[in-house]
Write a protein that binds this ligand. Structure first.
Ligand code: ZN
Length: 394
């Protein structure tokens, strides 16, 4: 989940919105408008909508505080947080590295629900201070907003503590299993399986409610269940592939027949003679035998079509000094982390000053798929050297 719209940075953490956020923001404001209109029939239409928009905005602020709590605790325990994205089903924090101990996992996970719970009680407390009494409908706009925010944040805390991975409660469960078994992979697998079970119950419950008159609300629950099911399955698969890749070095899986392009070539010529004929996505760029950069389909796409004749490969490529370089002995898992952390899909593999090959995400996925189809364990032998190096050195 990547942000489409960047809002700014807090404590070095990029805060952003995914497009899907607008759908839920609109739904929340409309349902709030309806709620305020029903509860306070004496309010004018303007009052209803102003209150709905303010409440919606404050709700997203509290959602952001929930995510910030996760992120700040993670930062305080030495993890690098890259960003927070708000999307249709809430928020998600992105960490550069995996959590390496169960204690950190526990505190990072529980910080969010604790924050939501505190916000909830805080809002209800202020509402009471302003004269609202429990189990009555609030009478003023301020108490109306505070009471709604209070209950929604308490509900958010409770919902997130359901022990289905990747919900916060699932992560807490994972940290506990981890502390007991001392096995990170096993704890993820167990938490993900429980998560799939919980998600299945959500879907069943949503469908049941839909057919018993809950309408959209029922479908929404089923949709959340479907999303959770997907996320839990993805976490499970990730553990599987991580286990398969553990201990494997880059030299065993990199692609060696990496085409080399001359930097002076025009982009159009490059596309015609290399990209369209080979179907590869990444090429090394050389200048008289010296490696000077990489060019990928993404770089080609960044240049407007009508300028592809007048632009050279050198102008469109990513120069060597901007590239992250790995060696044949780098662990594949470390290389994957480097790619994920920098949002890149391939890394040049360099040894003794010469390009040895390219490690690309898509190639790795194909390789893993082929291996699992053959049910063969990862072979630890080096395939024959096929790359025509032509003395390319960085
Ligand atoms: Zn959370």
């Amino acid at each position: 989940m990547r942000s489409n719209i960047k809002l700014g940075k807090i404590s070095g953490i990029e805060i952003g919105l995914h497009y899907s956020w607008f759908i839920i923001a609109a739904l929340i404001v409309f349902s709030l408008g309806e709620h305020f209109h029903r509860v306070n029939p004496n309010w004018s239409t303007n009052q209803v909508w102003v209150a709905a928009v303010i409440t919606g905005a404050l709700f997203f602020l509290t959602l952001l505080l929930h995510e910030l709590a996760h992120s700040l605790v993670a930062q305080s325990r030495g993890l690098k947080v890259t960003g927070i994205t708000l999307f249709a089903l809430g928020g998600v924090s992105q960490f550069q590295d995996d959590v390496t101990d169960s204690k950190t996992e526990f505190w990072v996970a529980i910080a969010g629900p604790i924050t939501s719970l505190m916000i909830g009680f805080f809002c209800l407390g202020i509402a009471m201070g302003l004269g609202w009494q429990r189990s009555t409908e609030p009478t003023t706009a301020a108490t109306g907003i505070l009471v709604w925010l209070g209950y929604i944040n308490i509900a958010l805390a409770v919902f997130n503590m359901i022990p289905g991975f990747p919900l916060d409660g699932g992560r807490v469960l994972r940290s506990i299993v981890w502390a007991i078994t001392k096995n990170a992979d096993r704890s993820t697998r167990i938490a993900a399986r429980v998560g799939q079970g919980v998600a299945f119950l959500f879907i069943l419950d949503g469908i049941w409610q839909f057919f018993h008159g809950a309408g959209f609300g029922g479908l929404w629950i089923a949709f959340i269940g479907w999303f959770l099911m997907d996320a839990a399955k993805a976490s499970y698969n990730e553990v599987e592939s991580t286990e398969k890749l553990r201990g494997i070095r880059v030299t065993e899986v990199m692609s060696r027949d990496c085409a080399i392009v001359n930097r002076g070539m025009s982009l159009q010529e490059f596309v015609d003679t290399y990209v369209l004929r080979t179907g590869e996505r990444c090429f090394a760029v050389a200048d008289g035998g010296r490696l000077v950069g990489l060019i990928t389909l993404r770089d080609v796409g960044a240049v407007p079509r009508d300028r592809s004749e007048s632009t050279t490969v050198r102008e469109a490529m990513r120069p060597l000094k901007e590239l992250h370089i790995i060696t044949p002995d780098t662990q594949v898992l470390d290389a994957l982390k480097l790619m994920a952390g920098n949002d890149i899909n391939q890394l040049p593999v360099v040894a003794n000053g010469a390009l040895q090959g390219i490690l690309s995400r898509s190639h790795l996925v194909q390789l893993l798929r082929a291996r699992s189809e053959l049910q063969s364990p990862a072979t630890h032998h080096v395939p024959p050297h096929r790359m025509n190096q032509r003395g390319v050195t960085p």
